[in-house]
Design a protein around this ligand. Structure first.
Ligand code: COI
Length: 359
């Protein structure tokens, strides 16, 4: 499919923000975006246009029944000024899995990869050139048919927008600074048979109530327990969760209620590569807290595209605070973080084939 490109004129280019800690996360968007439409059972009209408002009928189905999926991936600036995509194909593959769960059409990975490439090429000057900063990419699909029937839409829009970002947690600003998490005992993120393993907007909307509660306890993220027994640790806010139990890195298995994080997978692969034993198994909040108490759990950290690796310093559970280790970043999180960033920024060899350099 031929991608048409409508560039902004030089006078119309946006003023770029400074690439420093004020950049924050997801506040400034590049000059262009990629869009394509779905009509009569096929994707049509792939195009790059100036980033701007979308015009949608208020009856568009995405507004009423939440048929919306998205992805989060990053593009990095290597030290030699190269432009490095990190596992973008894996993100598009996951997006197609989310589409299948939501009765939405899959995208052709070659077409969206080409759209992404062209977009990044055009907006290349928006990629920050310091470690800890990157260009965050948000592919999104929405149901656009204007009808109030509860059924899968016949029409969709797919778009990719991009924004230069600093740390996801304002407290971190390019450093591996631990965050505090709030264990929700009242709300659940996902239940068996639900949409927990898909990246759908509704999962995040449903999490906001607990996130506001977490903020009251000065916590940045919510730890989610399973939806049946409210005991098994599943995820942390926008991240998958890892704990170091007696030198073994443990993470919850992908049982259908957990988002299959691309960073989660990268962490497991890197940990094994670094000689750390990795086990996917269910563990309860009681097991985690008692391990923290008797020091058999030395570290807890989350992983995600936006959050990268975020060590956890303490947890609030049933209004009690529990400290992880000595409350500082642990050696396992640090090692994996450095190994991951070195690959992402092209400072270390990538033996896993995760990176693609823009030609
Ligand atoms: C990501 O890590 O990329 C996410 O999508 C999480 C969040 C920013 C919603």
């Amino acid at each position: 499919m031929q991608i048409s490109i409508q560039k902004r004129s030089v006078e119309d280019l946006k003023t770029k923000p400074e690439f420093n800690s004020n950049l924050g996360f997801g506040k400034f968007f590049t000059d262009h975006m990629f869009i394509m439409d779905y009509r009569n059972n096929k994707w049509i009209n792939p195009r790059i246009v100036p980033h701007g408002v979308l015009s949608l009928d208020p009856s568009a189905m995405c507004f009423h029944y939440g048929q919306e999926i998205f992805e989060g991936m990053k593009v990095f600036r290597g030290t030699d000024e190269s432009v490095i995509f990190f596992r973008s194909m894996d993100n598009f593959r996951r997006m197609n899995n989310s589409a299948a769960r939501m009765e939405m059409p899959e995208v052709d990975i070659d077409v969206v990869t080409e759209g992404l490439r062209e977009l990044v090429k055009l907006d290349k000057s928006w990629i920050p050139n310091q470690k800890g900063y990157s260009l965050y990419i948000r592919p999104t699909m929405i149901a656009t048919e204007g009808v109030l029937g509860v059924r899968p839409s016949d029409e969709y829009m797919f778009f990719i927008i991009a924004c230069p970002v600093a740390s996801f947690f304002p407290e971190q600003q390019g450093k591996l600074k631990p965050v505090k998490i709030f264990v929700s005992t009242q709300y659940v993120r996902a239940a068996p048979g639900g949409t927990g393993s898909a990246k759908v907007a509704g999962n995040y909307a449903a999490s906001l109530k607990a996130q506001v509660q977490a903020r009251k306890f000065n916590c940045q993220q919510v730890m989610w327990l399973d939806g049946i027994e409210h005991r098994y640790v599943e995820e942390v806010g926008t991240m998958n969760i890892f704990a170091v139990f007696n030198d073994t890195l443990v993470t919850s298995p992908l049982t259908g209620t957990i988002l299959p994080g691309i960073t989660r997978d990268s962490v497991m692969v890197l940990a094994k590569h670094l000689g750390i034993e990795v086990v996917e198994r269910r563990f309860t909040i009681e097991e985690l807290l008692s391990g923290m108490k008797d020091k058999t759990v030395s570290e807890v950290f989350g992983s995600g595209t936006a959050a990268i690796i975020s060590p956890v310093s303490s947890m609030i559970y049933k209004e009690q605070s529990h400290v992880v280790g000595n409350g500082e970043t642990g050696p396992v999180a640090e090692k994996i973080y450095n190994a991951l960033l070195d690959i992402q920024y092209g400072q270390a060899e990538d033996p896993f084939g995760w990176t693609t350099v823009l030609k």
